[in-house]
Design a protein. Structure first.
Lengths: 232, 229
């Protein structure tokens, strides 16, 4: 199952931290006074969101490195980070409304952060589609360009949705600032552990996915060589 | 001949070539204009006849029409370019390949300007909205906004030339990345229609201006990677 010892240690560390995070969330952190049990989703929601931004940042850096060095490894990293980023982005978009429904009184509000996440989801899904759809030799280069363009767009989207948002009604029940509600140090500790677990999960998945992409690439190369030998 | 002089000459040559082809066929402009008018008419049916409601959504309708017209125009332009490998020939002749990007972008910009000049009066008549009161300020918003659309659109149209499902990929890439521009342009236009002046919408204009500058710089930086073999 594990290719080597490092993978195993990484997997075990991730397993332990994730279990600890879940334990802390449900057994250790106090229940929020105003929001009740619903607030517990905050730990996963915000951790997913931060991991998502981090993943897209990795796509950005790996894309620049690919354009600069044109090494296949950087391309594999960018692809892996984008896939994982989209997964976490989807998680944010699912947990957000679950949290918003009882707190804001509505499944969806065009809150700047939520809107930004939705637009990011659209951009990076397009990124993955471009990777599938583009012709082979230039595929990685196009993806890298979109990886850079997409991330550069983030502050602009953020700025524009914030301007736009001021024209729309605010969420009903509780003001936006109040919903993050870290009230005690126990909550903060739980959050930090949870975020750590998510980032560890991200690195674990990134590592595994990148090595799969690498193996697939070497397989392609070998297959090509065999083809060449046979046709000779 | 100095580098920049050569660059400008090549841009002009490419631009003249594109415009000449367009003048003879009128394919791109016609499809963009008819499509923009269609979008406006269809929205007209979808919205209904309430004048107050129409006033609230008219700027959105115009920009949606422009966004879709951009996608359509770029698709036509890309199709013509990829026929008989004419793109390869053009690239061989160029000293600096970004000249191709600049020329394509300016051509797209000119088509968009024409589309707006022709469809805005129609829009004003159909929706009974007086655009003449703020025409100068509107011009600023439209020129800046359409410049952004042309930059991002042209960049992605060169990328989708090498994909299988071109017609799907172009809007998929172009529309989400242009979200900031769309928001700023729609609300800036809206403010002008209700009688605000350019000074009231500096925020939006700054946003559009920064969008244009950032993406123009980025596009010129990465364009070589797109066309290089």
């Amino acid at each position: 199952m594990f290719l080597d010892r490092n993978h195993m240690f990484h997997a075990i560390a991730m397993y332990i931290s994730m279990t600890t995070a879940i334990f802390l969330i449900f057994a250790y952190a106090p229940t929020d006074k105003m929001q009740g049990i619903v607030q517990k989703i905050f730990y996963f929601h915000v951790s997913s969101a931060i991991t998502m931004f981090f993943a897209f940042f990795v796509v950005f850096v790996a894309s620049i490195m690919y354009l600069w060095k044109s090494s296949d490894w950087w391309d594999a990293v960018a692809l892996s980070a984008a896939e994982i980023g989209v997964v976490f982005c989807t998680l944010v978009l699912i947990t957000g409304p679950i949290w918003g429904r009882p707190i804001w009184g509505t499944w969806w509000s065009w809150d700047p952060t939520l809107t930004l996440t939705l637009v990011l989801w659209l951009i990076y899904v397009a990124y993955l589609m471009l990777r599938i759809d583009a012709h082979d030799p230039k595929r990685a280069r196009f993806a890298a360009i979109l990886g850079v363009v997409g991330f550069v767009d983030v502050p602009l989207i953020r700025w524009s949705v914030e301007k736009w948002r001021t024209l729309h009604p605010k969420p009903v029940l509780i003001q936006e600032g109040g919903t993050t509600g870290i009230e005690s140090s126990a909550m903060l500790l739980t959050f930090v552990v949870c975020l750590g677990a998510f980032l560890l999960l991200f690195f674990y998945l990134l590592w595994e996915r990148t090595s799969i992409a690498q193996s697939r690439h070497s397989l392609e190369v070998l297959r090509q060589e065999i083809d060449d030998l046979l046709t000779r | 001949m100095s580098g920049s002089k050569l660059f400008i000459r090549q841009v002009l040559a490419l631009l003249v070539k594109d415009l000449k082809t367009e003048w003879r066929t009128r394919e791109i402009f016609t499809s963009m204009f008819v499509f923009a008018v269609l979008v406006i008419v269809v929205f007209n049916f979808a919205i209904g006849a309430d004048p107050e409601l129409i006033r609230q959504v008219v700027s959105g309708v115009v920009w949606v029409a422009l966004l879709f017209a951009t996608v359509l125009g770029l698709q036509r332009a890309g199709q013509m370019e990829s026929e008989e490998d004419s793109l390869e020939g053009v690239l061989l002749a160029l000293h600096d390949r970004s000249a191709l990007f600049v020329a394509k972008m300016i051509a797209q910009m000119l088509y968009l300007v024409l589309v707006v000049v022709c469809s805005l009066p129609l829009c004003g008549i159909w929706f009974r909205i007086d655009f003449t009161a703020c025409i100068g300020a509107l011009g600023v918003v439209f020129v800046l906004g359409m410049l952004g659309l042309s930059i991002v659109g042209t960049l992605f149209s060169m990328i989708v030339l090498h994909t299988r499902a071109r017609e799907v990929m172009l809007p998929m890439l172009f529309l989400p990345v242009s979200v900031p521009l769309t928001i700023a342009a729609v609300y800036a236009t809206d403010q002008l229609i209700v009688g605000k002046s350019l000074r009231d919408i500096t925020d939006y204009l700054t946003l559009i201006g920064i969008f244009d500058i950032v993406f123009l710089t980025l596009a010129l930086m990465v364009f070589d990677y797109i066309v290089e073999d």
